[in-house]
Ligand binder design. Structure first.
Ligand code: ATP
Ligand code: MG
Length: 176
């Protein structure tokens, strides 16, 4: 049976994505590497990996019925995942509401037989890949507040030269 590589993410508004692209350009002066395209910037809430196509359809159908509790986070620091040569932006500490959104999501997904990650949730937006200097700039630009009220379900399709994302569903914001 065919599989689909899926993840749930918070997607920044276009102005926030543009600001994050500015963060990437600034960090690139120190770290080198390759900036992610602005329209692909996101914060992963849950990485499901490859799931059977039938389950992917089921999740896509169920996602609009999910309500993500609205909340706020902020991009306030740079960080590096050295082994993966990634530079990222993220909150200084994981906001409780975001952690709860992650935990609730996995609670729901476990009902579909999907196993939650064993690693702690590290909310971040990947800005640069293949960095050549593993130390992030000490100073980050001015804090970027990020209000969210929905999550998107994204299919990640492998192409030669990288992955392409396809939005397959989004949760419905709460009324009022
Ligand atoms: P590529 O792997 O082809 O370079 P990509 O990393 O953008 O592209 P995916 O690997 O499909 O695409 O990942 C989609 C999202 O899920 C990205 O935000 C990625 O950082 C995140 N992700 C991937 N693997 C994991 C994992 N094991 N745990 C947590 N998040 C992950
Ligand atoms: Mg990847």
């Amino acid at each position: 049976m065919s599989t689909v590589r899926l993840f749930f993410a918070l997607w920044p508004s276009p102005p926030l994505a543009a600001s994050l692209a500015g963060w990437a350009q600034q960090a690139r002066l120190t770290c080198g590497g390759r900036a992610m395209r602005t329209e692909t910037l996101h914060l992963t809430l849950a990485f499901l990996g490859p799931v059977d196509a039938a389950l992917a359809d089921e999740l896509a159908a169920a996602t609009p019925e999910r309500r993500l509790a609205p909340g706020q986070t902020a991009m306030e620091r740079y960080g590096v995942f050295g082994r993966q040569r990634i530079l990222w932006a993220g909150p200084a500490e994981t906001p409780a509401g975001l952690q709860a959104a992650h935990d609730d999501l996995w609670q729901w997904l476990s009902g579909y037989g999907l196993a939650p990650p064993t690693q702690p949730f590290r909310p971040h937006v990947t800005l640069l890949r293949n960095i050549t200097h593993a130390h992030p700039p000490e100073e980050a630009p001015a804090l970027l507040p990020w209000q969210y009220d929905r999550m998107v379900l994204v299919a990640s399709e492998s192409l030669t030269g990288g992955s392409r994302y396809r939005m397959v569903a989004q949760s419905r914001p709460r009324d009022g």
